[in-house]
Design a protein around this ligand. Structure first.
Ligand SMILES: Cc1ncc(C[n+]2csc(CCOP(=O)(O)OP(=O)(O)O)c2C)c(N)n1
Ligand SMILES: [Mg+2]
Length: 1016
């Protein structure tokens, strides 16, 4: 608003008033007009409506114009030309100024001038209308029967018929009149004026042909101009014969690959690309252009449709490796359960033929869950950029391919797109390609989305959207070229909407006529794009029929030969489909380099150094908040006493890993400070806006980098992102923290589909760490439980089998599990488990239930001794009190995990039962420490075994630990349950109920006759 006012003031005071302006300008340079494309003239005014009504002014302008047409602004030039052209015969050729003015201008000038100005404004508005709404009438549907924007309505400001000119107060007679083109269009090329007819023709061709562009919502004027220039400049969409032949060759490969699969495996699901064969040349064009711009690594994510074709013809996976996937008899060579062929990933380095440069292409493995892979791809791309120092995305980029229904319907698309501009999450521009076959399984778009296009979600980040008719391969290549240039120029997301069709059913077994009869009647009539394009190139003389047929035969032969050699394949190597190999981390066979447990203790001086940094402000003249100052002083006191709280324990873990050059990245909502205000990893100068200090990055000169970043308020997107980040390198500790543990369920898909089964499906390790604040503290149904039961239920260790391991039990067990679930009760053990995560010779996801009240509980502190050299992570913490000394007399052993230990310990002390009851903490819940639990059970051979948890009986750990305890004691003893009753909600909303529940189960825990006479 204020800017607008300031501008208005300048205009009022400026030389815009009639003859005053002319006089002032007369003394100026002879030519004061600037190229309208670059903006407004500083000293000249185009036809201003109010001014134009002044006959004096017009007269003066007219004389100036007669002297030399270039004396006046181009708009006045057009104006006088129009008047001359529309003068009665005789006058037109008459050069006597006063006669013309008297006859045509002076008597009519107010009306005439007004009309000319209005017409010009109308034409400007018309141009803008095409730029904004032209895409609504673009011919995007190859079938010619559907509306890509789900609306047959034609905007009234587009000139689809001559009578529509009336909308602007124009009519047919105006078609030959020339109009000045505004600076916001490039349709004129070198011409600054064009006849109306030509203006409309060019607008129609730029905006209403096979390409529909949505970009006028972009707030940045330069970016809008850039797009206008790319699509409006006459003749810009031309291709050389060589380019056309390359395009044809790629289309042949794409089409014939699908044909080949269909011929050989007619009844196999493969989710063919038929109807969008152009996707392959489209991706290749983007990659060519990006390679030319300096990109040498492209990370891609895509759903089922056309995936095998992308693997074959874009990534260039060996065809025999793809074909052998169809052999049902092949046995898998690797551990794990594997995945179906259209979910597997791939990683391949090759030479880009167009640029002769090396390029790494990887397609991430993904689950069936549509769009779930999007944030994972972004995280992986970000990590590669980070480790390569590619701070602007000039070397590494991501491409995401989507289905139309999924892109519109899945919320994770929004969550991912919303990361695109955030400093710690941006990948500096993603090219999104939507395979818009105008159907999702059996569902029509009109009932699948409320937005006009499936791509509207991308508008929120000002990404331009290029809709294109997929049956026009050259139009598709053009938008791909522009998209790649856009990404290279602006480092922002861009969307290509390939409007196509699906030639067959959802998969090859499906009958689409059940649900889309008319659409499929049309599809059956639809000529194949390869046929259409080859006919066209043959007609143009770009290729001969013989050349075309030879190219087809050549590729068919390649497929046949690969098919033959695929039959020699005896074993299926899932390892060959790895999307993120870590070559130096494993042996050449992909095995861990050692299998022994790792000491995770630290030197005293390291602990002291980290402790001091954690309690100080490493920058000069940096004023922190007094509250933070108090926290740092508290830390300093702890360090002086060789003690640590939770935050210090975390500091010790991160700091010591950084010392070894490990990258540590902690991401999640409000992680910088910590939801519970305990962490304070980022200090804020109280006097200088946005000045921050991350002490963790000031520990050692050659330390690894520490990244701590508050994320967007998303779990699905951000956890997926961090999982992808953790894929890039084994030498990084990547942690995602939920604000409260239960919020992990909005990221359930990432947990269920990637984290739990990732290695089993795709033979890839991942060491992501989830920090899930958990604990029943009377905070209500939410904010209490991180749902341990869900994680434990997915743990793959056998409850009924006592494992017989040779070698190092702890490490072997970790190696065999799908993930590690811990609930540490001390800061030292938390530090150990984080360090173990990196020091292990393999990577497993680590789920940590983290405390809330324990963050500050004095009893829950650790001594530096607990982290001293030679110490290690304790999977189980034995009782070290009187019970331990008289184990045979102990009547009850209570096993527990996490915070409830402190409540039990307090109560036991109060009731003076320390000799009778042993308290044992399970710190690593899964994989279950069978060996250590057995030792404890044997040690307290005369005692009852109790499992105590604060969670409700149908939640928490009970269902997981119970069968394992029974396996340990060979079913000879019961394991009694103490805890809250079963419930539907994870916790009560009522504080007093919460306390009553606590009291009740504490009473049971310490009532030594509670289970007497009870049946098992
Ligand atoms: C999250 C999720 N929900 C449901 C499905 C089941 N499903 C598989 S494909 C599909 C239709 C997808 O349509 P679209 O995104 O347009 O892709 P197309 O198959 O048309 O290429 C559905 C609903 C799924 N795979 N993932
Ligand atoms: Mg679809």
């Amino acid at each position: 608003m204020s800017q607008f006012r300031a501008l208005a003031g300048v205009l009022r005071g400026g030389c815009v008033g009639g003859s005053r302006w002319l006089q002032a300008c007369k003394g100026g340079p002879a030519r004061r007009w600037v190229d309208p494309r670059r903006g407004c003239s500083s000293g000249a005014a185009p036809v201003p409506s109010a001014v134009a009504s002044s006959s004096n002014y017009v007269e003066e302008m007219y004389y100036a114009w007669l002297e030399d047409h270039k004396n006046v602004h181009e708009s006045w030039d057009v104006f006088f030309r129009n008047i001359q052209d529309s003068s009665p015969s005789g006058e037109a050729g008459e050069r006597h100024p006063s006669a013309l003015l008297e006859g045509r201008v002076l008597s009519h000038s107010p009306n005439m001038a007004q009309k000319v100005v209005e017409d010009h404004l109308a034409v400007h508005t018309l141009i803008r209308a095409y730029q904004i709404r032209g895409h609504h009438v673009a011919q995007l549907d190859p079938l010619g029967i559907l509306e890509a924007d789900l609306d047959s309505f034609v905007p009234s400001d587009l000139i689809t018929t001559i009578d529509k000119l009336g909308f602007y107060g124009l009519d047919e007679s105006d078609l030959d009149r020339s109009f000045q083109l505004p600076s916001t269009t490039f349709i004129g090329g070198a011409d600054t004026t064009l006849p109306l007819q030509e203006i409309i023709r060019r607008l129609e061709s730029s905006y209403c042909g096979h390409i529909g562009i949505e970009f006028m919502f972009i707030n940045n004027v330069d970016q809008c101009q850039w797009i206008r220039q790319k699509f409006e400049t006459p003749g810009i969409m031309q291709f050389t014969n060589v380019e056309k032949r390359t395009l044809l060759a790629r289309l042949i490969r794409s089409t014939r690959f699908e044909d080949f699969l269909a011929r050989k495996w007619s009844s196999e699901k493969r989710f063919g690309l038929e109807g969008c064969e152009v996707l392959i040349p489209a991706l290749k064009t983007m990659i060519d252009k990006s390679s030319a711009a300096g990109i040498d690594s492209v990370i891609m994510g895509m759903p089922h449709r056309g995936r095998l074709n992308v693997l074959a013809n874009v990534i260039r996976k060996e065809l025999d490796q793809i074909f052998c996937q169809f052999d049902p008899k092949l046995e898998a060579a690797d551990e794990g359960s594997g995945d179906v062929k259209y979910h597997l990933g791939m990683y391949h380095e090759r030479i880009n033929r167009e640029t002769d440069k090396n390029i790494m292409l990887s397609l991430m493995a993904n689950p069936s869950h549509l769009e779930a892979v999007d944030p994972v791809v972004q995280g992986k791309a970000k990590a590669e950029q980070f480790y390569r120092g590619d701070t602007q995305g000039k070397k590494v980029m991501s491409i995401l391919i989507h289905g139309d229904a999924a892109f519109a319907g899945q919320g994770v698309v929004y969550e991912t797109i919303h990361l695109s501009e955030l400093p710690s999450y941006t990948t500096h521009g993603t090219i999104h390609v939507v395979v818009n076959n105008q159907i999702g399984f059996t569902t029509d778009p009109r009932v699948a989305r409320s937005s006009p296009y499936p791509t509207d979600v991308a508008r929120v980040v000002n990404a331009p959207i290029f809709h294109v008719n997929a049956d026009d391969p050259e139009a598709v290549m053009y938008v791909c070229r522009v998209a790649a240039e856009w990404r290279a120029t602006f480092n922002k997301d861009v969307v290509i909407d390939l409007v196509c069709y699906r030639r067959f059913g959802h998969n090859e077994m499906d009958e689409p006529m059940f649900t889309q009869p008319l659409m499929y009647k049309q599809i059956r009539r639809q000529e194949h794009v390869l046929k259409k394009y080859s006919d066209r190139l043959i007609a143009e003389g770009v290729v001969t029929l013989q050349e075309f047929e030879e190219e087809v035969a050549k590729y068919d032969k390649i497929c046949e030969e690969a098919y033959t050699s695929s039959k020699d394949e005896k074993i299926l190597h899932i390892r060959h489909w790895l999307d993120s190999p870590w070559p130096d981390f494993f042996t050449t066979e992909g095995e861990p380099k050692s299998m022994s447990s790792v000491p995770t203790g630290l030197d005293e001086e390291v602990l002291q150094h980290i402790g001091q940094t954690a309690s100080s402000v490493p920058l000069e003249d940096f004023k922190i908040h007094p509250g933070v100052s108090r926290i740092l002083r508290g830390r300093a006191d702890l360090v002086k006493n060789r003690q640590m709280d939770w935050a210090l324990g975390e500091y010790m873990a991160f700091g010591s890993l950084l010392k070894d050059g490990i990258h540590v990245r902690l991401s999640g909502q409000d992680v910088e400070r910590g939801t519970f205000s305990h962490r304070h990893h980022v200090l804020h100068d109280q006097e200088v806006d946005k000045r921050i200090c991350v002490p963790m990055n000031h520990l050692w000169p050659d330390q690894g980098p520490y990244t701590v970043c508050n994320s967007s308020l998303s779990e699905y997107g951000v956890l997926g992102f961090e999982l992808g980040f953790a894929m890039a390198s084994p030498n990084a500790l990547i942690l995602w923290e939920a604000q409260f543990g239960d919020f992990n369920n909005t990221a359930q898909c990432i947990i269920d589909q990637f984290i739990s089964p990732g290695q089993a499906k795709w033979v890839r390790n991942n060491g992501i760490v989830l920090l899930l604040p958990h604990g029943m503290e009377g905070m209500g149904p939410e904010h209490s439980s991180a749902r341990p039961e869900r994680f434990l239920q997915m743990s793959n260790d056998d409850p009924d089998q006592f494992p017989e391991f040779s070698g190092d039990f702890e490490v072997q067990q970790l190696y065999d599990c799908n993930w590690i679930v811990v609930n540490c009760s001390t800061p030292a053990n938390y530090c150990h488990v984080l360090r173990r995560q990196i020091l292990l010779p393999f990577r497993k996801p680590l789920i940590i239930f983290t405390p809330k009240s324990l963050l500050r509980l004095p009893d829950a502190r650790s001594s530096f001794d607990d982290l001293a050299k030679g110490t290690k992570f304790k999977r189980l913490i034995s009782d070290a009190g009187p019970a331990d000394q008289n184990s045979a007399q102990v009547k009850r052993v209570i096993f527990c995990t996490g915070k409830v230990y402190y409540e039990l310990a307090r109560e036991r002390k109060q009731q003076k039962l320390e000799r009778d009851i042993a308290l044992i903490r399970l710190e690593q819940i899964s994989p279950f420490p069978f060996d250590l639990v057995r030792k404890e059970a044997e040690k307290y051979g005369n005692a009852e075994l109790v499992w105590c948890q604060e969670e409700h009986k149908n939640m928490g750990y009970y269902d997981y630990v119970r069968p394992r305890f029974l396996t340990v004691v060979a079913n000879r003893k019961p394991i009694w349950y103490v805890g809250r009753d079963p419930a539907a909600a994870p916790a009560t909303g009522n504080k007093s109920t919460h306390l009553n529940e606590l009291k009740r189960f504490m009473d049971t825990a310490f009532n030594l006759s509670a289970f007497h006479g009870k049946d098992l």
